[in-house]
Design a binder for this molecule. Structure first.
Ligand SMILES: [Zn+2]
Length: 253
């Protein structure tokens, strides 16, 4: 049972695997190796809510819900996973589900705000694009959950590659938009409002790439096992980079 709780190169700072709910909640205020993981997605939730409420309009709600799911699901999964092995598995299953919900929310936002043509199939894109985004999200959750039982040696690499798929599928409106330009009449208000911001998109991709490198390479704890047990291990940096990528995505939309 201990093995399931143990991260490679993280030697100490673990909570014992039989915490009650109250102990888990209290552990948010103690230095353990999950404290940073919890706060690095819990605090951005408030910051992000504030930014979205400023500019809110339907259907940006769906995007906001996706991001809120991701940040809340992730922070709670990190906080509560010390209750038992079963709770831990459920926590991370919900965490993957939350990431999948975020990819669907992003797809809807891209569809409405970036380009209504998904690019791959020009006719009736909504018949293919949104269902495809949902199907890919379900496949991601199943694959990531499987890596908790099988292929454990390469689990971080597999999870990272699996989430590359929704990135590619949901970004097709952005690719289409970058290649084909705006669907609106040049100079009109809609055209100005939907002016493409490729810089934000590439920055969004860059931060995702950096977060993937941290997740797979397990840096910096790989270089000095034990030194980054509580603060500064790869998963903290992974959280910070994913949040920066989401911020750039919000600016792009
Ligand atoms: Zn995490």
């Amino acid at each position: 049972q201990q093995g399931a709780f143990h991260e490679r190169y993280i030697l100490s700072g673990y909570r014992s695997p039989d915490y009650s709910l109250a102990e888990c909640l209290r552990s948010a205020f103690r230095p353990t190796n999950e404290t940073g993981n919890f706060w690095s997605h819990f605090l951005p939730l408030f910051f992000f809510s504030y930014r979205v409420l400023e500019v809110l309009g339907w259907p940006l709600w769906t995007y906001f819900l996706g991001v809120a799911c991701l940040l809340l699901g992730s922070s709670l999964a990190h906080l509560l996973n010390a209750m038992s092995l079963v709770v831990r598995e459920v926590c991370f299953f919900l965490d993957y589900g939350a990431i999948a919900a975020y990819t669907v929310g992003s797809s809807l936002a891209y569809f409405y705000y970036i380009h209504p043509r998904a690019g791959l199939l020009d006719r009736d894109p909504e018949r293919f694009y949104i269902p495809a985004a949902c199907a890919v999200a379900v496949v991601c959750v199943l694959c990531c959950s499987l890596t908790r039982q099988r292929w454990r040696r390469h689990r971080y690499l597999i999870r990272t590659l699996v989430f590359l798929l929704p990135l590619l599928v949901s970004s097709t409106p952005v690719f289409y938009r970058l290649l084909a330009g705006s669907p609106y009449v040049a100079g009109s208000a809609s055209w100005a409002a939907s002016a493409p911001s490729p810089a934000f998109f590439w920055r969004h991709c860059l931060w995702l790439l950096v977060s993937a490198v941290f997740n797979v390479a397990k840096l910096p704890e790989r270089l000095a096992p034990g030194r980054f047990d509580v603060w500064g291990h790869s998963h903290h940096w992974f959280h910070c980079c994913t949040f920066l990528s989401i911020l750039n995505q919000l600016h792009m939309i």
